[in-house]
Ligand binder design. Sequence first.
Ligand SMILES: Nc1ncnc2c1ncn2[C@@H]1O[C@H](COP(=O)(O)OP(=O)(O)OP(=O)(O)O)[C@@H](O)[C@H]1O
Ligand SMILES: [Mg+2]
Length: 505
Amino acid sequence: MTQQQPRRSVAVEFEQVVKAFGPVQVLHGVSFAIEPGRVYGLLGENGAGKSTLMKILAGYESITGGVVRVNGEPQHFVSSRDAEALGIVLIHQEFNLAEDLSVAQNIFLGHEKKKGWLLDDAAMEREAAAALAQVGLQVDPRTKVRRLIVAEKQLVEIAKAVSRHARLLIMDEPTATLTPGETERLFKLIAQLRADGVTVVYISHKLDEVERITDEVIVMRDGRFVTRAPTSELTRHQMANLMVGRELADLYPPRDVVVADAAPAMQVRRFSVPGWAEDASFEVRPGEILGFAGLVGAGRTELFEGLMGLRPASGSVEIQGRPVQLRNPRDAAKHGFTYLSEDRKGKGLHVHLGLRQNLTLMALERYATPWLHPEAERSALAAAVKDYGIRTGDLDARASSLSGGNQQKLALAKVLQPQPKVVVLDEPTRGVDVGAKRDIYFLIQKLAREGLAVIVVSSELMELIGLCHRVAVMRAGRLVSTLDADQLTEEELIAHATGTATSHA
Ligand SMILES: Nc1ncnc2c1ncn2[C@@H]1O[C@H](COP(=O)(O)OP(=O)(O)OP(=O)(O)O)[C@@H](O)[C@H]1O
Ligand SMILES: [Mg+2]
């Protein structure tokens, strides 16, 4: 359908836009305009209302008050199709793919190509392949989405939007799950779209990206428009301060000293997860923050999924000196070992359940006594909302009603709820705003200080460098080296992760 669309431009004006979910108002009269052919960075803390405003623009949410004008005409989109008809397409922060359909079927969902009465699968697969090539994803368009890893799903979302020939493309945290290489390719694509006159709204907490690719920055705070400025006139530090509305102090806490002779909290020997990780041995001590670096596909996540009993694996594991056989995450939690999944929506949270249920799922034993149940759960939630700074208007809400970054904070609270001895945090600050990032780093330090052993798996090298006592580097399923804090630089980590550090040494 989209091939014949005219190459028109799209200008948008928000005028006093109000949005309420039931009694909770989240947008309080937002007004600003977007001009065609520019790349805008939309900034704001978790829960500021960025996604909600953009969902209204793209026809996914209704407007409670105010007006959205597109090219001067007031619009009342009833569905995303209405917005798409004007060339407005949103790439969702939380993926919106049908897991049991193929990549091609997802790309054409709701826009199926037909040959007479029949679906034209061949044409759809061909066009899907072209869109996938544009975003640099090498998978067969017939692959079921369920089989893809998170980064691949993100690229399918982008390919889907690209294939709709958007004139205004909204990207909500598109690079949260991408590798640096994939991110570079996306930036080239954005530059290409911009040259074509496409307007891009880019929502991200990665301020270096915002600095690099946007023309102008628009800042929201607490459901309101705060300011706008040409990107070139702002430093990253100024952007961060505008978002949070105050001067931000140091992002990372000072590093504590780990007791050198403490017995390991966890000891892993010759651990293998067939197809993913081979012969990994490492240990982590109480109070230690141990990083895991590596390229996507290096096997970090799979290694820990194996340790949690989520994948077939072999090798020995000791927790606090006792050999354990972990069959599943709940079993692992009983032994004092929990894991925050990088796949927040898929494996981390049950988004259709309430906040309370999510929080206490891993720690059921502590709440199972009948007379403690609802009250204890409720006060645990109230405490977690406070401790982790989870922004919600309603303690009885479903997890799906939280903004992306706040879902991440809830997931973090959930894995710490059973009071583990060892916790693995896989991409703990994904989608989290700078202020909340700092809170999470200080929280991790506080937990470590109290004796928790923390393993941080992250693709943000600066985060590993700023936070960890040691960083283990994995490459192609093998643990290739472990660097001490004083050896940690981005170059060094990249060299070990890519194998250029040890070549012919
Ligand atoms: N379906 C919903 N029901 C109730 N409240 C909602 C719903 N969707 C969003 N909210 C609330 O609206 C507020 C704004 O959320 P929104 O997702 O727009 O934030 P955001 O700026 O995109 O944050 P993030 O950076 O974390 O993605 C939040 O307080 C959120 O809890
Ligand atoms: Mg959002």
